[in-house]
Design a protein around this ligand. Sequence first.
Ligand code: NI
Length: 169
Amino acid sequence: MILKIEKYPSPVLSQPGEPVTDFNDELRELIANMFETTLASQGIGLAAPQVGVSKRVTVIDLSVGKDPAQKLVLINPEIIEREGKLYEEEGCLSFPEIREKIVRAAKVRIRAQDEYGKWFEMDGEELLSRCMQHEVDHLDGILFIVRMSALKRDLTLRKIRKAQREGKW
Ligand code: NI
């Protein structure tokens, strides 16, 4: 099922998600729906608060549906190591058509649970690293505009307000 994506400034996007404690069928259905929604939006990652569910669940698929082996579920994720810096363009499904350069760690090590509650660790580099940091931020209620320079954030917020006035947001 394709879920409705919450757009900025929906309040749920700014709330930290609740840790997941029940690894049940309902959770796995949410995950399946989140993958379907990400694919339908041609995105590479989605966090549960973006579909109105304030829980620490995120899905990533850098292949955009082309390679099932790249589907990644991160539940209760924590970034435990960060290395280097990258300054690249980034977007967010809750900010349609907005893309800005953001500084992120070039490499991260993440600790998370899978959809059955099993803990694992994995490394991410470049785009995967960026995506992991962006999605973990969502679970802390942190939106990517916060990571922009003050100047770019102002310009972005102005662009959004203009789109809102024109009924395009
Ligand atoms: Ni996002």
